[in-house]
Design a protein around this ligand. Sequence first.
Ligand code: NAP
Length: 268
Amino acid sequence: MILDGKSIAKEMLEEVRKGVSEIGKISMASVAYQEDQESIVYFNSIKKNAEKVGINFVPLVIKGDELMDTIYKINSNPEIDAVIVGRPFPKGITNEMVSEALDPDKDADCVTYQNMGQLYFGAERIAPATSRAAVDILTRNNVDLKGKNALIVNRSVTVGRPLSQLLLNRDATVTVAHSKTRDIDKLVEENDLIFLAVAKPGYLKSSSIKSRKIVVDIGINVVEGKVKGDFEVDSTNQLVDYSPVPGGVGAVTSVEILKNVLELAKAR
Ligand code: NAP
């Protein structure tokens, strides 16, 4: 089975649209520094969805050394309900600096210490968009996570770490692997759910899978102009259900951002 992200994104977008219409005016901003074309493209896709659900979207493109000032200005601007900041940050700006500077009540991608901390205490008013997309793509396909063994191949602050908390909150048993982990093939064999965010095309091949599993592919790689994930699909292997790239987690991620924005606006 293919776990399709596009239909889930559509369903969630409609839920957000209803929520926004109950609240009235909501505005969000994106901040990308001018060399960061990837974030600019990503924010354009969020803007398109924001407009579909009635959220006013203000895209800001700035010079790298303007980032912290821009964050402080947005914090004190009553017209902006939430903001997303492009990564990687410009030279000299760290995750910690942005996590501390941003107002947690305007934190559209759950990057502040306060919101990340809430997640670790089991509360999920908002959540990092990519990680929650990886979970929602399963739960909205009626995959029960309770008691499942889950392997995450990634330990980054944006993907693997928050994903481990979201899965623990849903009673999965979680293993987090990374580049120094020994014998990942054995871990793949032992787990029911495999989350891949390694940024290596063909990192896991479906032909190597010998027992029933679900693979959630989060990786994004551009190979000869085409977007590919980390999972190499062989449709003859009936043991694997998977979310594709493109059209899987990525399709849901931008809607998760808008879901966060709605939650933040509700609380204002
Ligand atoms: P990252 O910080 O570079 O993380 C990569 C992770 O993979 C690290 O934990 C790294 O281990 C691990 N790794 C690398 N080589 C490995 C190997 N041979 N075996 C096992 N683990 C290995 O990148 P990221 O920002 O988390 O993003 C990861 C991928 O997810 C990228 O392809 C990115 O484009 C994609 N992504 C997708 C979305 C979406 O919306 N779909 C959003 C964000 C990111 P170490 O920690 O030991 O280095």
